[in-house]
Design a protein around this ligand. Structure first.
Ligand code: NI
Length: 213
């Protein structure tokens, strides 16, 4: 019915606008000239509004078909990105960015687990993910799961995603494209907007790793 479709469109646009506002705020805080106080606040994730929790426990399957949880990666910094292997441009760009970060970290990359979480479990089987992440960097771990498991993890990370039908019966996915930095204890560290230069992600990680985190 038209009114329901209109309502869905309004809800979708409100979600996109809310994410854009969040991205703008983070981009501003990350791009602003370096000031020791500001940098510390951003790196510590202290700018999250009170009561807002990002992340949490999850149950997924890695690209080798192994069941994993957030505990599987305990003790390492996690760079998490949510996307899908059929993505025409955003996901390849972001995964290339993560590969650049891993290269520039040198041996410190051993302290970091890069996770690519599928928002398209229907098509992103473990083997499809395995072939895909290999194109960018073999250190990147692809994660997928049942539709329910993916719905749960996207909810807890506040990821926006929506299926968009294409002519011919196929579909693509709309999705938010933040890079999440999670601490070794699994708690939220910080969030990078989609267009952040890889040097900023590397600098944030190096600062945290050398702090002894
Ligand atoms: Ni994408």
């Amino acid at each position: 019915m038209p009114s329901q479709i209109l309502l869905l469109r309004v809800i979708r646009w409100l979600a996109i606008l809310a994410l854009a506002a969040l991205a703008g705020a983070w981009a501003w805080s990350l791009m602003a000239p370096r000031q020791p106080g500001r940098e510390a606040a951003v790196l510590g994730g202290a700018t999250l509004p009170p009561g807002v929790v990002i992340g949490g426990p999850f149950q997924l399957v890695d690209h080798n078909g192994q069941a994993v949880t957030e505990q599987t990666y305990a003790g390492t910094w996690r760079l998490m990105f949510f996307g899908f292997t059929h993505c025409p441009d955003v996901c390849p760009t972001e995964l290339q960015r993560l590969a650049t970060v891993l290269d520039s970290l040198g041996p410190r990359a051993q302290r970091v687990t890069p996770l690519f979480v599928s928002i398209d479990p229907e098509r992103d089987t473990p083997s499809a993910l395995s072939a895909y992440v290999e194109l960018f960097d073999p250190r990147i771990v692809g994660l997928t799961g049942t539709p329910e498991q993916i719905a749960a993890v996207t909810r807890s990370f506040r990821v926006y995603s929506a299926k968009v039908p294409l002519d011919g019966g196929s579909y693509t996915m709309d999705h938010s494209a933040f890079v999440y930095l999670m601490r070794p204890d699994g708690s939220f560290g910080t969030l990078f907007p989609p267009d952040v230069p890889p040097e900023r992600i590397t600098a944030a990680l190096v600062a945290r790793i050398e702090e002894g985190g």
